[in-house]
Design a protein around this ligand. Structure first.
Ligand SMILES: [Zn+2]
Length: 457
């Protein structure tokens, strides 16, 4: 009898123990911001990870405290999945509340996350604080004001804006349609004065409305329309016939050099190169041109390859024919300049080599940084005579012309890029244009460094 009682007591103890083990909190709930938040803006999105362990979260609440007021950003409850609880051990919360609408006052705030779980609470009951962190709420966007008042730009061309920005600005530049051209700061002695070269790229139209934009650490964004007149530009239409000899000579080599699968159908192989490889090259150029010297490395107008005749010009609209059928359309984003075979390729201006290697359809390619986001590209070279990091002077030999990449004959493919976007080189070859649109604006305010040097003397 006693033994039976002892067994029953043991079973009851085991049941209570087992239930306790299953319902006890394996860890006190805690929460953390997924990424560091510098400051909260009007609608700064952020994520919070909440960890509770088993038996899982019952509810969470995210609030901002300002003074004695509390503002609810999010509250969620999680229904039980079994007698044990929700079994939701981890939860990521996405917050994107409009703090202006909630009327949270600007200034210091405290972000508070509380969480309740399905565990049996012995001493505390209900929700506990899982995160308590001070933040700053900033709802005021930075101030920006253009200092150059009129901007005249041609479709496919470039202009420069000089502007003043408030010190809370962390990024600024010019937005034109889907394109963004970042500003350069620190060029002028007055650190509040910034500049940006911007383009109206050749694939936009005259309705493009360049806007000066600035953001602060809280993500608040200010934009100001730029007074800008955009002149039309007609781009040439050209037809190129692709024949079997060209396909046989080019396609297998380009596939091999660029890690593409061998296509037994040469036309299909060609189209993959002309479309996909071309796009890949452009995104590579974006990476190559991601950073630029914060000052012009050039001095005067850009040099155009000596004694070379243009075969194609900027933004030619090309139609590709094979056996009389249209097989493709592409835009030619540079100048094709031809002279003698294996002619020395001349640097267009002083700069620094940022790329010297094979680059897809461009073949052996050199890219130079000239500062302020301006780069020049030299494609289809037979030999390359410079290395990444080399400083080069205007007209310095970079290599020899050739027909590597998707070139049908020996020539130089020359392009000017602004932050990786191809623009019309004609402007940069023109001393008058350069003076009116760039150099004169750079001279509007004293330069940083110049003043310091003066003080030292
Ligand atoms: Zn070309």
């Amino acid at each position: 009898m006693r033994a039976a009682l002892a067994v029953v007591a043991l079973i009851i103890l085991l049941l209570i123990g087992g239930a306790w083990w299953l319902k006890c909190e394996s860890q006190r709930p805690y929460a953390a911001l997924v990424a560091k938040v510098e400051a909260l803006g009007r609608k700064t999105p952020f994520d919070i990870d909440v960890h509770a362990g088993l038996p899982g979260l019952r509810s969470v609440s995210v609030r901002l405290l300002s003074g004695t007021s509390s503002y609810e950003l999010l509250t969620e409850s999680y229904p039980p999945q079994s007698w044990r609880g929700s079994l939701l051990a981890d939860k990521r919360l996405h917050i994107e509340s409009d703090l202006n609408e909630l009327r949270v006052p600007e200034g210091p705030v405290t972000l508070v996350v509380t969480a309740d779980t399905y565990a049996w609470h012995l001493w505390s009951s209900g929700a506990v604080a899982a995160l308590n962190t001070p933040l700053t709420l900033d709802l005021t966007p930075p101030l920006i004001a253009p200092l150059t008042t009129q901007h005249n730009i041609r479709l496919g061309g470039v202009d420069m804006v000089v502007f003043r920005q408030s010190p809370d600005t962390v990024s600024s530049g010019v937005e034109v349609g889907k394109y963004f051209f970042p500003a350069t700061t620190g060029y002028f002695a007055d650190s509040a004065v910034a500049l940006a070269l911007f383009a109206v790229p050749q694939d936009l139209d005259l309705g493009a409305e360049p806007r000066l934009v600035a953001r602060d650490a809280a993500g608040n964004r200010r934009e100001v329309a730029l007074a800008c007149s955009i002149a039309p530009q007609r781009f040439a239409e050209r037809t190129l016939s692709i024949d079997d000899a060209f396909l046989t000579r080019k396609v297998p080599d380009l596939e091999r050099l660029n890690g593409l699968p061998t296509n037994p159908n040469l036309v299909e192989g060609y189209l993959q190169i002309n479309r996909d490889l071309r796009l890949k090259d452009e995104s590579r150029l974006h990476e190559i041109t991601a950073t630029s010297a914060p000052e012009p490395l050039w001095n005067g107008a850009f040099h155009r390859q000596s004694n070379a005749a243009p075969l194609s010009s900027f933004a030619d609209r090309r139609t590709y024919l094979y056996r009389g059928d249209v097989i493709d359309h592409q835009t030619h984003l540079g100048y094709d300049l031809a002279s003698l075979k294996l002619a020395p390729v001349e640097a267009a201006q002083n700069g620094k080599v940022v790329f010297a290697d094979n680059l897809g359809i461009y073949g052996n390619t050199v890219v130079l940084d000239h500062g302020l986001g301006i780069f020049s590209l030299y494609g289809h070279l037979s030999t390359i005579a410079v290395h990444v990091g080399d400083p080069v002077g205007v007209k310095q030999t970079l290599g020899q012309t050739g027909e590597t990449g998707l070139a049908g004959g020996d020539h130089l493919h020359f392009s000017i890029m602004l932050h990786g976007i191809h623009v019309d080189p004609v402007e940069w070859w023109d001393a008058h244009w350069l003076r009116d649109h760039v150099t004169s604006k750079l001279a509007l305010f004293p330069r940083a460094g110049a003043q310091k040097a003066g003080q030292q003397r």
